[in-house]
Design a binder for this molecule. Structure first.
Ligand code: BGC
Length: 416
């Protein structure tokens, strides 16, 4: 009898123990469009499969500006989520506040150092310790197009230079359709702007001007040329662009209302989610003049310090799942990006992703691999916000001359 009751107590303890390991994981993200929502649902599925409770904390708003504001107020009030989708230098800023958890135990067990490109691992670490887990590599310098619209307008093949692009855009305009689908937030303007700068000036100029914020590069003739080209692109957008979300601009391309969109490959996630076929319904190519460069944008989850042991366990499991083979494949197939984990099979991926994967590796060797400013990978948030505003003011107000635009951007870049 005694033995039996001891056994029952032991069983009860084991059961209680395993229940205690199932924790709640609250995840702050901004993946709310069709393709994005499908992607994040895969992470939820994996976490629930491990017995954890997924608490979705989605803050709508492409590019994540709204999410960043909400995150700040939660952390300041001492109630951070387990994980938040932040990236680049913002990870370092949060880590320096002392609020991020140390993920080294998971990273060591899962061998992250050997599974990640060094350029990515460095961003995930603060003072040598992992504080964030990367999910993917998005390429930003893409140009998307609707194949039927190009055909109707008599455009054969994707334009490779800005000159070719404007010839094509003119043909589309004459056919009565919109040449460039564009939306209305400053990060969308900057997504186009950084592709123009890269195409006009090349990777070295891009780095000098937009990453190092070198005043000489920022006020050079190449920057003038970039702004002239950028304004010319604006001439091919429609009057209803201000305020439009990026995925609605992608929908215009899908629905044969517009020919091109300059957007990172989360746009491909939208096409795929809508059942469109790459190479057939829609086309992908590097933005004009940028085929030997790659602006990278790595989505990642920073993990916040938590007190509850079960929540900490769930957080560790989330970090491990994010870097796992299964998640890296299924998530990126939906998201439009490529796995960040090295040496993964690309067999199930489409040609756009295969090109991205090849170019990521090639440009890392040639110096063409550059961080996206528009997507928070390159400079401190304060300067990034200031130059984004200067670029958008120029884009939105044709009365600002190119010379004034150049001066405003250079001045904004000096923001500390
Ligand atoms: C993020 C993507 C996201 C896109 C639109 C980018 O900054 O890296 O994951 O899909 O914004 O919201």
């Amino acid at each position: 009898m005694l033995k039996l009751s001891k056994l029952a107590t032991a069983v009860a303890l084991v059961v209680a123990g395993s229940a205690a390991l199932a924790g709640e994981v609250e995840v702050l993200h901004y993946w709310t469009s069709g393709g994005e929502a499908k992607s994040v649902a895969e992470l939820k599925k994996i976490m629930e499969g491990k017995g954890h409770v997924w608490k979705d904390f989605a803050v709508a708003g492409g590019g994540g500006d709204n999410a960043a504001t909400v995150l700040k107020s939660r952390v300041v009030s001492g109630n951070p989520p387990a994980a938040a989708q932040i990236k680049g230098p913002a990870i370092q800023e949060w880590a320096s506040e002392g609020v991020l958890a140390n993920l080294d135990a998971t990273a060591k067990a899962e061998k992250w150092d050997s599974l990640l490109p060094k350029v990515v691992a460095d961003v995930m670490k603060y003072k040598g310790n992992y504080v964030a887990a990367p999910v993917n590599v998005h390429r930003v310098n893409w140009m998307w197009a609707n194949a039927a619209v190009l055909k109707k307008a008599g455009v054969t093949g994707m334009p490779k230079t800005w000159d070719e692009f404007f010839v094509a855009a003119e043909k589309v305009k004459k056919s009565g359709l919109i040449a460039v689908a564009h939306g209305g937030q400053n990060w969308q303007d900057f997504t186009t702007f950084e592709s123009v700068v890269l195409g006009v000036g090349g990777a070295k100029f891009y780095n000098d001007a937009l990453v190092k914020l070198d005043p000489k590069a920022l006020t050079s003739a190449t920057m003038t040329k970039s702004l002239e080209t950028f304004r010319k692109v604006k001439g091919y957008t429609d009057a209803a662009a201000p305020g439009r979300d990026w995925n609605l601009a992608t929908a215009m391309v899908m629905q044969e209302k517009a020919a091109f969109q300059f957007m990172g490959d989360w746009a491909k996630g939208e096409f795929i989610a809508a059942g469109k076929a790459p190479g057939k319904d829609f086309l992908c190519a590097a933005a004009p003049g940028t085929s030997t460069s790659f602006t990278f944008n790595v989505d990642s989850f920073a993990m916040y310090k938590l007190k509850d042991a079960a929540a900490q366990k769930a957080q560790g499991d989330l970090a491990a799942a994010i870097m796992g083979n299964e998640f890296q494949e299924v998530f990126n197939l939906n998201k439009g990006s490529i796995p960040v984990r090295l040496n993964m099979s690309m067999a199930k991926f489409d040609d756009c992703a295969k090109l991205s994967s090849k170019d990521f590796v090639d440009t890392a060797k040639t110096g063409g691999l550059v961080p996206s400013v528009a997507h928070g990978m390159a400079i401190k948030p304060a300067a990034e916000g200031a130059i984004k505003d200067a670029v958008s003011q120029f884009w939105n107000d044709d009365k600002i001359t190119v010379a004034q635009g150049v001066a405003n951007i250079a001045k904004a870049a000096a923001t500390k």
